[in-house]
Structure formats: structure tokens, C-alpha cells
Design a protein around this ligand. Structure first.
Ligand SMILES: *[C@@H]1O[C@H](CO)[C@@H](O)[C@H](O)[C@H]1NC(C)=O
Ligand SMILES: *[C@@H]1O[C@H](CO)[C@@H](O)[C@H](O)[C@H]1NC(C)=O
Ligand SMILES: *[C@@H]1O[C@H](CO)[C@@H](O)[C@H](O)[C@H]1NC(C)=O
Ligand SMILES: *[C@@H]1O[C@H](CO)[C@@H](O)[C@H](O)[C@H]1NC(C)=O
Length: 278
């Protein structure tokens, strides 16, 4: 009894431990779209959910332009690049000559929208420009294009637009399958049911055939499962058809019926006999 108590006590402690570790991980900051919790756009929320698979990845790109520009950019989708150094920084520029880091955009000021096969992710609230752009805050614009079969690839900087009065931005691009439109399933429910039905019939026929041949020891047409039943059913259907569809009255001239049905029936049976393997 007491050992059972010990075991359950241990279990509770273990569960508490797991939950607290899990909560620790969940606490990581994520993208926050502009506006109150209540007034946030549903479209933006849906898109952030779509981007979630990329959140554990880290992206880097480097530009080397002559002797003046030698920068590395670190980027994460809706996570902090380095939470200990910069609050909410989602895209950081590192000057490789001086080691100076500059926050280009923050995830607590996210904007996101999409088109048919792309998603635009914008981080605002970066460090302020000095001389350029009227000293406004930097912003990162990341264009994510649809590319099927890759989770994420080719993160690259396209340009830095800063020779403007305002609304300057750093423009990046990358490829990802999350930006792709949902592929409509090529099989409709109807065709799936049809396929299941067809395969059931195939299983029935082959299974029944093998059973009749190997277990019962049937030969010829008798090898088909429930041959007599299907023959009866066929006759019934034929009768029904005959009754419903035939335009002429059933008591058509006897001679005509004799020639048609009986002779054909006999002939086809004879032909079948020749075809039998044994
Ligand atoms: C990008 O850089 C970070 C930090 O230097 C590194 O941890 C990460 O693995 C790099 N990612 C890629 C895809 O190279
Ligand atoms: C985002 O975080 C930065 C750094 O902590 C802060 O200065 C800024 O006010 C925050 N923005 C919003 C919209 O909360
Ligand atoms: C950029 O910086 C890296 C690391 O300091 C250095 O290896 C590289 O040669 C530099 N590139 C240019 C074009 O100066
Ligand atoms: C944007 O994404 C949503 C959700 O995936 C999708 O329903 C919508 O069609 C996309 N917008 C456009 C313009 O394709």
C-alpha cells in the first residue's frame, strides 16, 4: 500500500516537472500584431499560425559590398533572435567590421498579410536611423514566396532603402511551403468511396475465387463466389429489365422468341465448354 503511495507521489512530482519545463518553453515571446488582443485581425492570426512551423529555425544572410558594407543578418520567424541581448528583436544586423549590432525589426510590432502564393511579414520598431530617414525606426520587410517541398530556404537580402525622407525599409526574401495555397485534394469523397467499393469487389472476387477453387474444389464458372446467387440475381435483373423496359408486349411471336433466346443460350453454353481449362 505504502509503495503504491510512493509511486503515485513520484508520478505527481514528475508530471509537475514536465509541465513546468513545458511552460518555460511556451513562455518564449512570439509575434504580436499591432493592436489590442481583442481587435487583432483574424487574418493576421491565421497567418501567424501558418508561419508557426518556421519559428524554430534560424536564418542568416551576409552582404559584402566593397569595403564599406560587410553585414550579417540574423532572422527568426516570430521568435527573438537573442532574447538576452535585444528585447523582441526578430531581425538583427551585425556589422562584421565593428561587431556592432542593430535591431532592424521587432516581433512585438508585427504586421502580416498574404496573397495567393506569398506572405509578407513586416517587423517594425527597430533601432532608429541616425542621419537617414528622418531618424525614424528601422523596419524589416520579409517576402515569403511559395515553394512546395521546402520548409524554408534561400533567405536573402534584396535591398536596403534608406535614401528617403521616411518609410525606409530593409527588404528580404525567402522561399517556403507555408506560403503556398492549400492544395485542394484531388480526390473527391465520391471517388474515394468508389475506389473503396471497387477494391472491396476485387477482394471479394479474388478471395472467393481462391476459396471456391482451393477449398471447395470448384471448376469453371463455379469458381466464382456465390455463382448460383449472382446467376439468379442476374436473371432477376434481366427479368425486371425485360418487364420494365421492353416496349413490345411480353407475348411476342413465339417463333421470334425461340430463335433469339433459346438458341443463343445453348450456343453460348457450348462455347463456354470449349473455353474451360480442364
Ligand atoms: C545562423 O546563425 C546562428 C547564430 O550564429 C546559428 O546558430 C544558426 O545555426 C545559423 N543558421 C544557419 C541556417 O546557418
Ligand atoms: C516592443 O518592444 C520594444 C522593446 O522592448 C519597446 O520599446 C516597444 O515599445 C514595444 N512595442 C510595442 C508596440 O509594445
Ligand atoms: C567581412 O568580414 C569578414 C569577417 O570579419 C571577413 O572575413 C571578410 O573578409 C570581410 N569581407 C570584406 C569584403 O571585407
Ligand atoms: C491568405 O491566406 C488565407 C489563409 O490561408 C487564405 O484563405 C486566403 O485565400 C489567402 N489570401 C489570398 C489573397 O490568397
Amino acid at each position: 500500500m505504502s509503495s503504491a503511495w510512493h509511486t503515485s507521489g513520484l508520478l505527481v512530482v514528475l508530471v509537475a516537472l514536465v509541465v513546468s519545463v513545458w511552460a518555460e518553453e511556451v513562455k518564449e515571446n512570439s509575434c504580436d500584431v499591432i493592436g489590442d488582443q481583442s481587435s487583432e485581425s483574424q487574418m493576421e492570426k491565421a497567418l501567424l499560425k501558418k508561419l508557426e512551423p518556421l519559428s524554430q529555425m534560424r536564418f542568416n544572410t551576409t552582404v559584402e559590398l566593397g569595403t564599406t558594407e560587410n553585414y550579417t543578418y540574423h532572422f527568426r520567424v516570430c521568435r527573438e533572435v537573442d532574447s538576452s541581448l535585444h528585447d523582441f528583436a526578430g531581425l538583427v544586423q551585425i556589422d562584421r567590421k565593428t561587431g556592432k549590432t542593430t535591431v532592424v525589426g521587432r516581433i512585438n510590432e508585427t504586421q502580416v498579410f498574404n496573397g495567393s502564393d506569398w506572405i509578407m511579414l513586416i517587423y517594425k520598431g527597430g533601432d532608429s536611423y541616425g542621419r537617414h530617414c528622418s531618424g525614424e525606426k528601422r523596419r524589416a520587410v520579409i517576402m515569403i514566396s511559395c515553394k512546395r517541398e521546402v520548409t524554408a530556404s534561400s533567405f536573402n537580402i534584396i535591398s536596403e532603402e534608406r535614401e528617403k525622407e521616411q518609410e525606409c525599409f530593409y527588404l528580404f526574401e525567402m522561399d517556403s511551403s507555408v506560403a503556398c495555397p492549400a492544395e485542394d485534394s484531388r480526390l473527391s469523397i465520391g471517388s474515394i468511396l468508389l475506389m473503396i467499393f471497387a477494391s472491396l469487389i476485387a477482394v471479394y472476387i479474388t478471395g472467393g475465387f481462391l476459396y471456391q477453387r482451393l477449398v471447395v474444389g470448384a471448376k469453371g464458372m463455379e469458381q466464382f463466389p456465390h455463382f448460383a446467387f449472382w446467376q439468379d440475381l442476374g436473371n432477376l435483373v434481366a427479368d425486371g429489365c425485360d418487364f420494365v423496359c421492353r416496349s413490345k408486349p411480353r407475348n411476342a411471336p413465339a417463333a421470334y422468341r425461340g430463335v433469339g433466346d433459346d438458341q443463343l443460350g445453348e450456343e453460348s453454353e457450348e462455347r463456354d465448354d470449349h473455353l474451360l481449362p480442364m
